[in-house]
Ligand binder design. Structure first.
Ligand SMILES: [Zn+2]
Length: 269
């Protein structure tokens, strides 16, 4: 599943390619992608793409008179293809722009696109908590939200209504760097530990966004705009391999139905 850095990379890549172009025609191949809104095409046709931004893991396309928001979910990605070219397999929505087709492609069909007249950031997306880079994300905010909860730290970090945009990969990385068990009851995290956790969230996400910057430069249309890139992960995806700090084998467990990897030796806090 794309996480915040990958979505940010998709936004930055698209910004360099399609800002200012007008949507000339829309073909919806799989109606569920647009919440089966039969008017979706009519609503966006004729409008120029004014800006593209990110809120949590949503992409928000601002048009002249409205917005559409996109959630990539598991496998959603964009392709920019030449006008007149046959759409790719698994392309569910095609936006014909002035200079290219923007294809929304999704092998798993979980991705969703929604049109709204109002800024979606001010309506439905407001149920999202602050992002790691928001000034609103402070140790006091986390303490207030976590003090009465008995859920594990990892589950709290993944709750998008608490903190928006932190996913499975970076939640594991942050717990490892903080030397805290992902299973630690979140109510027991101290002010100082929250301060460190927030700093680490910003650090690992910045690292990944920087790595993604390379993807923007090397973007090739044939691979699609997925925002995926190689970044060196410390624990995620390394279960049973040795811990980079102490050499003990890393442990895999399931927390809140999500696969989690941590070092029992280093993460005792
Ligand atoms: Zn270790």
């Amino acid at each position: 599943m794309p996480e915040l850095p990958e979505v940010e990379t998709v936004v930055r890549t698209l910004r360099t390619q399609i800002i200012g172009q007008r949507i000339q025609k829309v073909t919806v191949v799989w109606p569920r992608t647009v919440y089966e809104d039969p008017q979706f095409g009519d609503k966006v046709i004729g409008q120029r793409i004014v800006s593209i931004s990110r809120r949590g893991k949503y992409l928000v396309f601002q048009l002249e008179r409205g917005y559409f928001s996109v959630h990539l979910r598991m496998e959603g990605r964009f392709f920019l293809t030449p006008l007149g070219e046959e759409p790719k397999k698994h392309t569910h929505v095609i936006f014909q722009l002035d200079e290219a087709n923007l294809e929304f492609n999704d092998t798993r069909k979980f991705g969703r696109i929604k049109y709204s007249v109002e800024d979606p950031v001010l309506s439905e997306l407001m149920t999202l908590g602050p992002e790691p880079f928001d000034e609103a994300l402070t140790p006091d905010y986390c303490l207030a939200k976590a003090s009465s909860r008995t859920i594990p730290l990892k589950t709290f970090l993944l709750d998008q209504s608490m903190i928006a945009g932190l996913g499975n990969i970076y939640a594991d990385e942050v717990c490892f760097l903080a030397k805290l068990s992902p299973l630690k009851p979140v109510s027991t995290i101290t002010f100082a530990q929250w301060q460190e956790l927030i700093g680490l969230m910003r650090m690992v996400l910045s690292e990944a966004i920087l790595a993604g910057g390379a993807t923007v430069r090397t973007y090739t249309a044939s691979l699609g705009i997925t925002g995926r890139f190689q970044t060196s992960l410390r624990v995620y995806g390394r279960s049973n391999q040795s811990c980079i700090e102490c050499g003990h084998p890393l442990t895999r467990t399931v927390i809140g139905q999500r696969s989690s990897v941590y070092c029992e030796h280093c993460q005792k806090g």
